[in-house]
Design a binder for this molecule. Structure first.
Ligand code: PNS
Length: 165
C-alpha cells in the first residue's frame, strides 16, 4: 500500500490543485490532501473551510482523503505512514524553492518528493492570483470549481462590507 500526501495551503483549492491530486491518485494507492495550518499567514478561508472545499472537490477520487496538519510536514508524514510527498511544478520558477523543500524534508525524514508537471492549461494558476483577480472583479470562474467560485465571491463581498468599501 503506497500512501502519498499532497500538501498545500489551498486558500482556496483551484483546478490546478485538483489536476495534481487527480494524477497523484493514479500513481498511489492512497492520497491524503493535507492543509497546512500556519497561523502567521493571513488567509481568506479558515482551515476548516479550506478542508470542506477540498473534501467536496475530491469527492470524485475514491482513494483521496483530506486532512489538516500543524507543524512540520515530515512529522505528519511519519505519523500517517506516508511514503511520498507529491508536488506540482508549474514552471522552472517553482523548482528552486520546491527542490530546497524536498531536500530539507528528505534530510528530516526518509520521505521522497515526487514532482508532477502541472498540465499546461494550469501553468499560470495560483490561489494568490485567483484571489487578487477576483478582488478586482476579474472573472476567475473557469479557474476554480463552481462552488468554490461562489464562496470566493461571497467571502470577498463580506470582506468589502467589513472594510466599508
Ligand atoms: O500551498 P503552499 O503555500 O505552497 O504550501 C506550502 C506548504 C504548506 C506545503 C509548506 O509550507 C509546508 O510544508 N509547511 C509545513 C511546515 C514545514 O514542514 N516546513 C518545512 C518545509 S521544508
Amino acid at each position: 500500500m503506497r500512501r502519498a500526501v499532497c500538501p498545500g495551503s489551498f486558500d482556496p483549492v483551484t483546478n490546478g490543485h485538483i489536476d495534481i491530486v487527480s494524477r497523484a491518485s493514479f500513481l498511489f494507492d492512497e492520497v491524503i490532501v493535507a492543509v497546512g495550518v500556519n497561523k502567521s499567514k493571513n488567509r481568506l478561508f479558515t482551515p476548516e473551510e479550506r478542508m470542506e472545499m477540498l473534501t467536496e472537490a475530491c469527492r470524485v477520487f475514491p482513494n483521496v482523503t483530506v486532512d489538516g496538519f500543524t507543524g512540520l510536514l515530515t512529522t505528519f508524514c511519519q505519523e500517517r505512514g506516508v511514503h511520498a510527498i507529491v508536488k506540482g511544478l508549474r514552471a522552472v520558477s517553482d523548482f528552486d524553492y520546491e527542490l530546497q523543500m524536498a531536500q530539507m524534508n528528505s534530510s528530516l525524514a526518509a520521505i521522497e518528493t515526487v514532482f508532477v508537471p502541472t498540465s499546461p492549461e494550469y501553468s499560470f494558476l495560483a490561489s494568490s492570483l485567483v484571489k487578487e483577480v477576483a478582488t478586482f472583479g476579474g472573472d476567475v470562474s473557469g479557474l476554480v470549481p463552481e462552488f468554490v467560485h461562489e464562496r470566493l465571491v461571497a467571502r470577498l463581498d463580506e470582506r468589502r462590507r467589513e472594510e466599508g468599501l
